[in-house]
Design a protein around this ligand. Structure first.
Ligand SMILES: C[S@@+](CC[C@H](N)C(=O)[O-])C[C@H]1O[C@@H](n2cnc3c(N)ncnc32)[C@H](O)[C@@H]1O
Ligand code: SF4
Length: 339
């Protein structure tokens, strides 16, 4: 394999991260992501043959690494619902040049899978948990999934060495702001890195409204009043979370303020959906069909040219342009693109 190149888009941003969605299915129906009215019994999920195979994902990942990708995150839908995911992890973990391999999960199957994933070569996990309060969590996941089972998953991940554990909490006005402080105390006690995510207007099905966004400033002020914080510098260019440390302890928190303080200027992420559509923005409207290229028998050179072409012509900066004019664009749904 030749030396990795740096591939730069039209706004000077290098390609560094690849997010791979491995399924569009999920066992939760989080109201901000897969509302039950849309993703109910009649919803048609992708048939298995439409999904990229593990071999296809690994081939694309190898090419992406040759163009500068150093970090891969597996996501979904719920990635742990994809059968034998650990086999994909083994294949990706073996790729030369990959510095970081991680996964975002709702944690529901983590107690059963954490050890297998760690053995396969996964380095760490991010677990989504929006509240410690049973009623609030059940309302948000909309399948009455108990908090305790997510906590068991987190603990299993910790025992398996998938650390540092990150916990993602989406904060939605009127739903779970009251969970911000209990979650902060909990994560601080356990030494987990908690990240508060502003509720985003991804896709169309969640009926997003700006009034439901709790600005990160507000979250930070509430925490700082009880547990004083100080800012930390970014660990690398393009880090999406702004980081803070408790003044009297080691634990850190982060805020991802994609609505109130967009970070498009430093975005280094490409995203591959479960059926192989390549997007260069979470708010993209059209994907490029990588699966067609793979299944037409293209060689690595042709795959590389396709990705090069896509990244080099990239100009996306949706969050910076967010306005009434962008609201009705036909954006891809979060459960397809994976966050
Ligand atoms: C789409 S999920 C996929 C992985 C896995 N099912 C999970 O929930 O962690 C990835 C992340 O996106 C977040 N997310 C989903 N919809 C969102 C929205 N509208 N705004 C902000 N974050 C969202 C989830 O909370 C989760 O942390
Ligand atoms: S956020 Fe994750 S767990 Fe919740 S519905 Fe979306 S994909 Fe499923």
């Amino acid at each position: 394999m030749s030396e990795p190149t740096t591939t730069i888009d039209r706004l000077g941003r290098p390609l560094r991260d690849l997010r791979v969605s491995v399924t569009d299915r999920c066992n939760f129906r989080c109201t901000y992501c897969m509302p039950r009215e849309i993703y109910g019994g009649a919803f048609r999920f992708l048939p298995h043959e439409a999904l990229l195979t593990f071999e296809e994902i690994t081939r694309f990942a190898r090419v992406a690494i040759s163009l500068g990708v150093t970090k891969i995150r597996l996501t979904g839908g719920e990635p742990l619902l994809r059968r034998e995911l650990e086999r994909l992890v083994t294949m990706l973990a073996g790729l030369e040049g990959l510095a970081d391999l991680t996964l975002t999960t709702n944690g529901s199957a983590l107690a059963a899978k954490a050890e297998l994933l760690a053995q396969a070569g996964l380095r760490r996990v991010t677990v989504s948990l929006d509240s410690l309060d049973e009623e609030t969590f059940a309302r948000l996941n909309d399948v009455a999934f108990p908090v305790a089972r997510v906590l068991e998953g987190i603990e299993a991940a910790e025992r398996a060495g998938l650390a540092p554990i990150k916990v993602n909490m989406v904060v939605r006005r009127g739903q779970n702001e009251h969970s911000v402080l209990p979650m902060a105390r909990f994560a601080r006690d356990r030494g987990y890195t908690l990240r508060f995510i502003e509720y985003m207007d991804v896709g169309h099905t969640n009926g997003w409204a700006l009034e439901e966004v709790v600005p990160s400033e507000e979250v930070l002020a509430a925490i700082d009043a009880e547990m004083p914080l100080e800012p930390l510098p970014p660990r690398y260019p393009g880090e999406v979370a702004s980081r803070f440390r408790y003044r009297d302890g080691d634990a850190e928190i982060g805020v991802i303020s994609s609505v109130t303080q967009p970070f498009c200027g430093s975005c280094t992420r490409a995203r591959l959906t479960a059926e192989g559509a390549l997007y260069t923005c979470l708010f993209g409207t059209d994907g490029v069909d990588v699966r067609a290229t793979l299944r037409a028998g293209a060689d690595d050179e042709a795959l590389r040219d396709q990705l090069l072409e896509v990244w080099r012509s990239r100009t996306d900066r949706y969050s910076e342009l967010r306005s009434a004019a962008t609201r009705d664009l036909p954006k891809v749904e979060m459960s397809r693109i994976g966050g």
